[in-house]
Design a protein around this ligand. Sequence first.
Ligand code: ZN
Length: 345
Amino acid sequence: MLSLVLEEKGKLSLRDFPVKEVLGPRDVRIKMRKVGICGSDVHYYTHGYIGPFVVRAPMILGHEGAGEVIEIGSEVTTLKVGDEVCMEPGVPNPHSHELMIGRYNLDPEISFWATPPFHGCLRPEVIHPEMFTFKLPKGVSLEEGAMVEPVAVGMMAATRAQITPGDIALVYGAGPIGLVTAMCAIAGGCSKVIISDIQQPKLDIAKSFSGFIPVNSAKEDLAKIVLAETRNRGVDIVFECSGNEKVASQVVLPLRPGGTIVHVGIPLENVAWDIAAAIVKEARIEHVFRYAHVYPKALDLMASGKLQVKKLITHHFNFSDSVAAFEFAKNMPADGVKVHIDMDK
Ligand code: ZN
């Protein structure tokens, strides 16, 4: 079974790579059909690590997947052979304290696809727990199914923000996570979302979504636009999705007093944080690490037409060309948002 293997930092190969997996009574076997390339996959390829997670042995990449159920365990009740599904890539220890308190995404022992030492889904088949496998509703394609993973991060960010109807948000960063976060903020009740970036082609994509106000912060005065759009109050919510240290250190500035900051992007370096400014505004600060309990809601919103994620899939590759797909994603052009791999070809 050919799989896309990260042999070590900077070295990928498409080769036979058997993974020992047994179908348990509450598992399903899935034929992979569509997989999106995530920034984290590319980061492992180019750097060999993310924070404490270090690639020490060959690892199959990919965690944004959708496919078709081809076998079910003896106790599976919610899925059947032939169902089109998407999979939540992180499976927590069922006995963890974090799962007990409803925050299973924080389980330090979680096995998460393509986070060392766990293999990802850029392979013909996977075995996955029924509990973390979701049938795609009518009208949601496999491609959209493979978008649920990044969308789940935006869902989590919008949930943490505790949006109230009519809120105005500012999203820093118009990459895949910034765009899905802005979409989820609108779906969650925001009247408008100002989205800032310095890459114009990404902002041009943002422009096509209703409620988005794209701002090129390299050319336009973001602070002025924020005031003009908010009756000089500042935004109710700031979503930091750029991961840029300088941006992350200034998130209090555009916020209205009593507003909420949600940190989604992960800066590589420590950030100088203006606590005094945050205190004066009594800013509520939230952090988002992956997601929990949002896959079904993301699918329902997609089925309702409120999350139009198709436009974000800007480039397609065949699985047989997946090494080239990673080379492309590594040097992503400014008009690229999400690269998808067709596992059937
Ligand atoms: Zn991802």
